[in-house]
Write a protein that binds this ligand. Structure first.
Ligand code: NAD
Length: 281
C-alpha cells in the first residue's frame, strides 16, 4: 500500500507557492493578501485561523486577522466585507465558520466578491465549478483532488464513490472528479447498501464524520482511498476509514492525521494566489 503523505505533499506545495509569491513580488511589486474574519472565541476556530495566518506568512503572503466579539451585529460584518471587497491590497477574504446563530451564513458568503472568495463557497463559484468553468474551489476537496492526481494522473473513466454530500466537501469533490471524466456516485446518509456502492469504486473519498465507518470489505482491491474525516475518539483523532484494515486492500490511502488536513491549508494559500492572479486580468 502506498501511504499518501499529505504532510510531505503539502510542504512541497507550500514551497512551490513561496517561489510563486517571490516571483509575483518581483514582477508586480505587490504582495497577495489574505484577510480572515474571526467572530467569537470558539477554540477550534481560533486554532484554525492562527494556523492559516502562520502558513500564509511563511510563504510571504500578507496576512491579516480581523477579530469580532460573539455579539457583533451582522450589518457590521457586512460593512467590513464591503470595505475589504474594495481594498486592492486584499486578494482573498475568508470568514471563519461556524458563525453565531444571529448571523446569516449565506448572506455573509454572498457578500464576498466572488473573485476574492478563497473558500469557494459563493454561489457564483459553486455554479462555475459545476459548469466546468474556472472558479475558486473549496480548499479541502481541492486538496483531496491534488492528492488523487499525484497518485493517479489519468482519472478518465475511473469509478469514483464520494461518501457525504456536504457543500464543503462531498459536492465539490464530485464536481472535480466529474471534470476529470470519472464516473461519480455521491452517497449519503440515506444511501441504501453503502458497502456495495463503495465496492464499485476505483477511488473512494470518505467525508462523513463517523469514526472508521469504511471497512476493508467495503473496498475493492487496489482502490485509492481518501479519508477526509477528523473524529475525536478515546483513542485519539481517527478518520472515517478503518486505516489498519483498509491499508491491506487499498492501493493508496491517506492517514489521519497527516493526510488531507495539511493539504487544506496549503490549498487556501493556493486559492489566495489564484485570486491575486485573477485580479490582474
Ligand atoms: P457534514 O456533517 O456537513 O456532512 C456529512 C455528510 O455525511 C452528509 O452529507 C451526510 O449525508 C453524510 N452521512 C452521514 N452519515 C452517513 C452514513 N451513515 N453513511 C453515509 N453518509 C453519511 O460534514 P462535512 O463538513 O462534510 O465534514 C465531514 C468530515 O470531514 C468531518 O469529520 C469533518 O471534521 C471532516 N473535515 C475535514 C477537513 C480536513 O481538512 N481534513 C475539512 C473539513 C471537514
Amino acid at each position: 500500500m502506498n501511504l499518501i503523505d499529505g504532510k510531505k505533499i503539502a510542504a512541497e506545495l507550500r514551497n512551490e507557492l513561496k517561489v510563486e509569491v517571490d516571483e509575483i513580488k518581483k514582477k508586480f511589486k505587490k504582495v497577495p493578501g489574505l484577510t480572515v474574519i474571526l467572530i467569537g472565541d470558539l477554540t477550534p476556530s481560533q486554532i484554525y485561523v492562527r494556523n492559516k495566518e502562520k502558513s500564509a506568512k511563511e510563504i510571504g503572503l500578507k496576512s491579516e486577522i480581523i477579530k469580532y466579539p460573539e455579539d457583533i451585529q451582522e450589518i457590521s460584518v457586512l460593512n467590513k466585507i464591503d470595505e475589504l471587497n474594495k481594498d486592492e491590497t486584499v486578494s482573498g477574504i475568508l470568514v471563519q465558520l461556524p458563525l453565531p446563530d444571529h448571523i446569516d451564513k449565506q448572506k455573509i458568503i454572498e457578500r464576498i466578491n466572488p473573485d476574492k472568495d478563497v473558500d469557494g463557497f459563493h454561489p457564483y463559484n459553486v455554479g462555475n465549478l459545476s459548469s466546468g468553468y474556472e472558479s475558486s474551489v473549496p480548499c479541502t476537496p481541492l486538496g483531496c483532488y491534488l492528492l488523487i492526481k499525484r497518485t493517479e494522473p489519468n482519472l478518465s473513466g475511473k469509478k469514483a464513490i464520494v461518501i457525504g454530500r456536504s457543500n464543503l466537501n462531498g459536492k465539490p469533490m464530485a464536481q472535480l472528479l466529474l471534470k476529470e471524466n470519472c464516473t461519480v456516485t455521491i452517497t449519503h446518509s440515506k444511501t441504501k447498501d453503502l458497502k456495495n456502492e463503495c465496492l464499485k469504486g476505483d477511488i473512494v473519498i470518505a467525508a462523513v464524520g463517523i469514526p472508521e465507518l469504511v471497512k476493508a470489505d467495503w473496498i475493492k482491491k487496489d482502490a485509492i482511498v481518501i479519508d477526509v474525516g477528523i473524529n475525536k475518539t478515546d483513542k485519539g483523532i481517527v478518520g472515517d476509514v478503518a486505516f489498519e484494515e483498509v491499508s491491506k486492500v487499498a492501493k493508496a490511502l491517506t492517514p489521519v492525521p497527516g493526510g488531507v488536513g495539511p493539504m487544506t491549508i496549503a490549498c487556501l494559500l493556493k486559492n489566495t494566489i489564484e485570486c491575486f492572479k485573477r485580479s490582474l486580468k
